[in-house]
Structure formats: C-alpha cells, structure tokens
Design a protein around this ligand. Structure first.
Ligand SMILES: NC(=O)c1ccc[n+]([C@@H]2O[C@H](COP(=O)([O-])OP(=O)(O)OC[C@H]3O[C@@H](n4cnc5c(N)ncnc54)[C@H](OP(=O)(O)O)[C@@H]3O)[C@@H](O)[C@H]2O)c1
Length: 296
C-alpha cells in the first residue's frame, strides 16, 4: 500500500551535518522520501541512498536552491558554516537571502530554520548576527517560517578534544556562566516534528537541551565520563583569538567566533525562557559517554 507521506516533498539542507543527518533519518522513518541538497552525494550513507532524492550543489548557488525547492511542502534550512576566508556574518546573510528567495518563489509551505540563542539581539553577537539576518529575510517573505533558536551544541566539544586529553577545557566565557547546552540530534527531532505538523505564521522556538550548564559543570561531567581530571579555565579574548588564528581561521572568522561570547556573556537575557517545549532529553553525560569517551 502506498504511503501517503511519499507525496510530500521535504527538502533537507546540510543532510550530512549534526542536525541534518538526524532530520533525514526521522523523515525516512516517517515514510517520507526526502530531497537532500548537498555538495557531495558520495557522503550519503549507503543504507539510505536509494531512499532519497538528491540535488547536488552549493547552497551559495541561488538558482540551484530555487530549483531544489520547487513544489516543496517543507524545507529544513541551515546556513552552512563558512569554510573559506571572508566575513561569516555576510556569508550567513547571503545564504539566508538564497533561502528567502527560494521560499518566496516556490511558496514553500513550511520552513524550519536552524537559528541560535542570541539571534534576538540582531546585532552584536558575532556570527550569530548572520543567523539573525536570515531570520529577518525569511520573515520578510511572509511565508510560514519557524526559527529554532538553539543553545550551544555538545558537538562543539569535539574541537576541544586535544586539550581535554591534557585535562583542560579552555573558554572565553566566565566558567560559572550558565547557558543552554544541547545535543544537535535532539534538535533534529524538533525539526521533523515541526515539518510534519500543521501550523502557519512566523514563529520562534528555543531548543535548550536538558539543563543550563556552566563550563565548570561541564568539566566536572566530562571528568567523570572520560575518567580524566579536567578543569575549566577562562582565557582572555586575545588568547582565544590566538588559538583560533593558529587553527588557520581568518581574522574575520576569528571575530565572528569571539563576538559570540563577547556579545552574549554580559547583560544578555535570552528572549525565550526554558519550558517543557524548549527542553530536550539528552544529557551531556550520555552524549559524552557515546561520543567523547571512545576518543579520549
Ligand atoms: N555550534 C553551535 O553551538 C550552534 C548553535 C546554534 C546554531 N548553530 C548553527 O548550526 C549550523 C550548523 O549545524 P550543524 O552543526 O548541524 O552542521 P555541521 O555538522 O557543521 O555540518 C555543516 C554541513 O554544511 C555543509 N556545507 C558547508 N558549506 C556548504 C555549502 N556552501 N553548500 C552546501 N552545504 C554546505 C557541509 O557539508 P559538506 O562539507 O560535506 O559539503 C556539512 O554537512 C550553523 O548554521 C550554526 O550557525 C550552531
């Protein structure tokens, strides 16, 4: 018997990413044949290759994005991170403009956008300003759009693995500053719930993970899970800049990253409060046990 969901066209950007890969898996399990927009189809898991439609290309190609989203009932849009030199805020804004054009020209029924806590500031939060611009561009389409303002991804800790092995979690944030930390996989679940449900208008929904954590608290959890003594250490913004530059990032990229902590660590109160709707289940301990402990 044909599954009625196969008639829906749902387009997924960054389908191999932390969030996008979960979105694809759940759509398949919901009986949907998703359309994946990605640069390199060889990265699609062999087990799902025959169950998806593929549009190959770069999200920076506006015509391609329009083509990929023709007759789409749903779109999961991610501003892909800039991988080359250049201003990350302008890069995100350019991606957002491509999304907005496609949503408008194709009258996409519902769009879920992966945004961030801090986008409500609109300006002064580093590269999050580019996500804020994307929110505005999508809002201007007057289409049905939902912005998921997500907390700090657990997966950011992969970048800290070398120093975690040496017993340090360095950060430009005050180590006792509580903030929302979230498993990107749980974000994917909310994306799919929203893509498959019936709503209209322009909405914001935060995704906060199970609890607010400080960097000290994170170091404590990681110590237990990884069986190492790890301490959180606050470093100056300049020391942070230095470490990002030595990792090969351009000056503009460095400022885009440093600007996030500078803009959100003082006098910032998130517009969206934690509630049952914003709270997701996976704890940092469970995530770290699965993903960091094997790599320690
Ligand atoms: N990290 C955080 O704490 C946080 C918090 C809130 C919001 N966010 C937002 O979340 C997004 C990242 O999500 P994620 O972690 O799920 O992604 P991710 O795992 O970093 O994956 C990014 C994907 O983007 C693809 N990509 C890069 N440039 C592309 C382009 N020009 N065209 C098409 N695809 C491209 C990459 O695929 P290939 O390289 O294989 O082509 C990759 O699959 C960003 O917009 C970020 O601002 C992050």
């Amino acid at each position: 018997m044909a599954n009625e969901n196969t008639r829906r066209k749902i387009v997924v950007t960054t389908p191999t990413g932390h969030v996008g890969s979960r979105v694809v898996r759940l759509l398949l399990q919901a009986g949907i044949r998703p359309t994946l927009l990605l640069r390199d189809p060889t990265k699609i898991d062999a087990a799902i290759r025959d169950r998806v439609d593929v549009v190959q290309g770069d999200q920076g190609d506006a015509d391609l994005v329009v083509r990929a989203t023709r007759n789409a009932d749903g779109l999961f849009w991610v501003d892909p991170p800039a991988t080359t030199d250049g201003d990350p805020v302008a890069h995100y804004a350019e991606m957002g403009a491509n999304a907005a054009r496609a949503v408008m020209e194709n009258t996409v029924t519902r769009t879920v956008f992966l945004s961030s806590v801090g986008a409500e500031k609109r300006h002064g939060a580093g590269e999050i300003d580019g996500l804020a611009r994307t929110e505005e561009l999508l809002n201007d389409t007057a289409a049905n759009v939902l912005h998921l303002r997500c907390g700090y991804f657990f997966t950011n800790l992969f970048m800290s693995l070398p120093e975690l092995r040496a017993g340090v979690l360095s950060t430009p944030w005050p180590v006792d500053h509580p903030m929302a930390w979230v498993d990107p996989r749980d974000i994917g679940e909310i994306v799919v719930a929203r893509l498959l449900s019936d709503w209209s208008g322009t909405h914001v929904q935060a995704v906060h993970g199970p609890e607010d954590l400080t960097f000290s608290g994170v170091a404590e959890i990681l110590s237990q899970v990884m069986g190492l003594r790890i301490r959180a250490e606050r470093i100056s913004d300049d020391a942070f800049r230095g470490s990002l530059r030595s990792a090969g990032l351009s000056d503009e990229q460095v400022e885009g990253i440093v600007g996030m902590s500078v803009g959100l660590r003082e006098n910032f109160v998130a517009a969206d409060e934690r509630s049952v709707v914003t709270t997701t289940p996976t704890t940092l301990a469970a995530w770290a046990y699965a993903h960091l402990r094997p790599a320690r």
